[in-house]
Design a protein around this ligand. Structure first.
Ligand code: ZN
Ligand code: ZN
Length: 292
């Protein structure tokens, strides 16, 4: 049976309030980003709750029903537009345009598959990055439900080492080191599941030779780091709960660390969340049922 509060956990309800309070108190994050993160998480809890009357059947499709997807897209686009005035022109007509497309195509675009992203952007007129962001946020509650996504559990072992989400096959968004012991967990870009991963290895390629790995942070903000891998030229952002003063919600952490993305990209690195030229298997893996 589905646990009744899974959606609350996956979408941050137990930790988001305290985390937002810390950022507001410290004044280190843009207020509109904080309110966007809070509103999106609240909507995702709602959308997830609308699916959880029954557990998913074993053969349930990873693609949501068209009417659920259209509704989720409209509500998500409204929330993003309400908290992000600069995105309003890009989002005008996005939900209506996307609702005319097949949900399989929308799901492929949410996974970041380039031809699908280009088609969705072309039809809706949205910038590709905005389209992917809204699609991921809108479809995530369905994927979380379908694949039984769960939050980091300190009892999980990071072995076998898995560079893709063990629930749905998606890529990691970013990672966290949890209090009190510094265990590392990665969060899936697609379904929101969190899984344990070795601290001393690259989340993109598994490299564990320490000479190939380095990290950097901005002075005064040691709790947010980017880990760079010289072998695959990917970087992974990681939030350290022990240094940030409490538990974190990774979609919010992702929003408040965009400066680390800029710095890592300037150095020629690609985020672990994106497909690279050496990842031909990603789409195939996602379309299957996961390992569990
Ligand atoms: Zn996943
Ligand atoms: Zn690597």
């Amino acid at each position: 049976m589905q646990e009744p509060d899974r959606g609350h956990e996956v979408f941050g309800a137990p930790v988001l309030g305290a985390s937002l309070q810390r950022y507001r108190r410290e004044g280190r994050a843009a207020p509109e980003l904080l309110s966007l993160a809070a509103a999106l998480a609240a909507l995702q809890v709602e959308l997830h709750a609308e699916l959880t009357d029954a557990p998913p059947p074993q053969d349930a499709s990873p693609t949501p029903p068209a009417d659920w997807a259209a509704d989720a897209l409209r509500r998500t686009a409204d929330v993003v537009a309400a908290h992000s005035p600069q995105s309003v022109p890009a989002l005008a007509g996005f939900a209506a345009g996307a609702a005319k497309l097949e949900t399989g195509l929308l799901a492929a675009a949410a996974r970041g598959e380039a031809p699908a992203v280009a088609e969705v952007a072309g039809v809706t007129g949205a910038a590709p990055a905005v389209a992917v962001y809204v699609l991921r946020a809108a479809l995530q509650p369905h994927l979380a439900w379908r694949f039984g996504a769960g939050s980091a559990c300190a009892g999980d072992l990071p072995f076998p080492v898995r560079q893709y989400c063990p629930a749905c096959g998606g890529r990691p968004l970013m990672g966290k080191h949890t209090e009190p012991d510094g265990h590392r967990f990665l969060r899936c870009t697609l379904c929101g599941h969190e899984w344990a991963y070795p601290r001393m290895a690259c989340p993109a390629c598994g490299e564990s030779e320490q000479a190939k790995l380095e990290s950097f942070f901005v002075t005064g903000d040691e709790g947010h780091r980017a880990y760079l891998c010289a072998t695959c030229k990917r970087y992974t952002k990681v939030s350290d709960e022990r240094l940030l003063g409490g538990r974190v919600y990774l979609p919010l952490e992702d929003m408040v660390t965009l400066h680390l993305d800029d710095l890592a990209r300037e150095r020629g690195y690609t985020p672990v969340s994106e497909d690279g030229p050496d990842d031909p298997e990603q789409g195939r893996k996602v379309s299957q049922w996961g390992e569990r």
